[in-house]
Write a protein that binds this ligand. Structure first.
Ligand SMILES: [Mg+2]
Length: 416
């Protein structure tokens, strides 16, 4: 900094953190981890100029100082180059290992007046890069600091949220084309004593990144089954609740057994549960996906593909996975009441579902006009619709209270 100040120059500080170092260390041993670090160091040195500085500052964290650069564009070029270099696979102890690193970039002057401040802000940017799905770089921006503090407070709050009784399941009705509401999707809501309402779009990614999602998912499953039993007694004998499965739950070895245990605990048949999984989670490991789905199917559970149309599905696999339901993503329902491409996409999904014999659930139905178009597209094949048109997700007592009205709401919609 002293030198740059004297020369009226700029420099950039990059922090790189390897995405999979811990896994390598834990599964292949420390010698393998060391080999990986050596290879990373070589690639880093090859990615920068002689005059630049490459340092390992701890565990799997490296710092790079790029001196005499003109502006952030130059730093961005190097950062992109480094990300690419570290993403190539590594040969460690005879095995090919997937690479990847998350980079945070700070620029002097501007992003900090002391070495500490620069490093701290680079760390904040790196944290954001990890949040954005790893294997990328982020420049530090001043509003980032608030966001990260938030993320840290959310993480610590979330750790105690279950025991503190701050989490609750809300239920959104799914109304069939013949006007029956005999199922609901269970959605998690968190009211933190300290932070107030924290939307799922904020806390779910953090729960996924920190591994907390496993206990959250288990909580959701247990609560949904408990509720389903009560509603089978009070509302409809064949009531079913749809529960979202996270990637972490899906990958967990004991999933099928866990679902079986919870069903057994409440003496419920598998058909009381519908499990929603996204395309990308299944497609990540097709062979495993297939066997887990088959296991859940054997319990009698219904299987739904959530947000269908937004991920990448192999249509060939759709048939082999024993799924029962395609949930048309809200983004395609949105445009149904205008003359938009959404109509063609919805038509295509419905005809795919039809030919594979799968049920259709439309997510995010908000207007009578959307429902009308949906009805026209689906025809007598039938569908389930959920969305604000019927009801937002509501707490269980409210759901129960409004249950008789869900059908009426539909009739109102028809006349609208
Ligand atoms: Mg869902």
């Amino acid at each position: 900094m002293v030198q740059a100040r004297r020369d009226k120059d700029h420099f950039a500080l990059l922090l790189a953190d390897l995405d999979n170092f811990k896994t390598v260390n834990d599964t292949l041993g420390h010698a393998a981890g060391d080999d990986l670090l050596v290879e990373v160091a070589k690639r880093l040195k090859a990615s920068v100029r002689e005059v630049d500085t490459v340092a390992r500052i701890g565990g799997d964290e490296f710092a790079l100082i790029l001196t005499r650069i003109q502006g952030p564009e130059d730093a961005a070029k190097v950062a992109a180059h480094v990300v690419e270099a570290l993403a190539r696979s590594y040969r460690v102890q005879g095995l090919d290992i997937t690479g990847g690193a998350s980079l945070g970039v700070t620029f002097w002057p501007g992003d900090g007046d002391s070495a500490d401040a620069l490093l701290k802000n680079a760390d904040v940017a790196m944290y954001r890069a990890k949040e954005r799905g790893r294997n990328n770089y982020q420049f530090f921006t001043s509003d980032m600091a608030d966001g990260v503090v938030d993320a840290m407070r959310i993480e610590s709050g979330l750790r105690q949220a279950i025991e503190a009784g701050e989490l609750a399941m809300y239920y959104q009705p799914q109304v069939s084309s013949d006007g029956r509401a005999v199922s609901a999707e269970a959605l998690m809501r968190w009211h933190s004593r300290e932070l107030g309402w924290v939307p799922p779009s904020r806390f779910i990614p953090i729960a996924e990144r920190t591994g907390l999602i496993a206990s959250l998912g288990d909580f959701a499953l247990w609560q949904a089954c408990r509720q389903c039993l009560a509603w089978r007694e009070r509302l409809a004998p064949d009531f079913r609740i749809a529960v979202n499965l996270s990637a972490a739950q899906f990958k967990h070895e004991g999933l099928v057994e866990r679902v079986a245990t919870v069903l057994h605990e409440f003496n419920l048949p598998g058909s009381a549960l519908e499990l929603e999984i996204t395309e990308s989670v299944i497609m990540e490991d097709v062979a495993r996906g297939q066997s887990v789905l088959a296991g859940l199917k054997q319990l009698g559970c219904k299987l739904a593909i959530d947000d269908f149309g937004t991920g990448y599905s192999s249509l060939a696999y759709l048939k082999r996975f024993s799924v029962d339901v395609l949930k048309i993503d809200k983004s395609f329902i949105d445009g149904l009441d205008e003359a938009s491409d959404d109509v063609s996409v919805a038509e295509a999904i419905v005809s795919l579902a039809r030919s594979l014999g799968l049920d259709v659930v439309a997510e995010g139905v908000e207007t009578a006009a959307q429902l009308e178009v949906l009805r026209r597209i689906v025809g007598d094949y039938g569908y389930l619709a959920q969305g604000y048109f019927y009801s937002p997700p509501v707490p269980a007592p409210e759901f129960e209270q409004r249950f008789p009205a869900f059908r009426q709401l539909r009739l109102v919609g028809e006349h609208a």
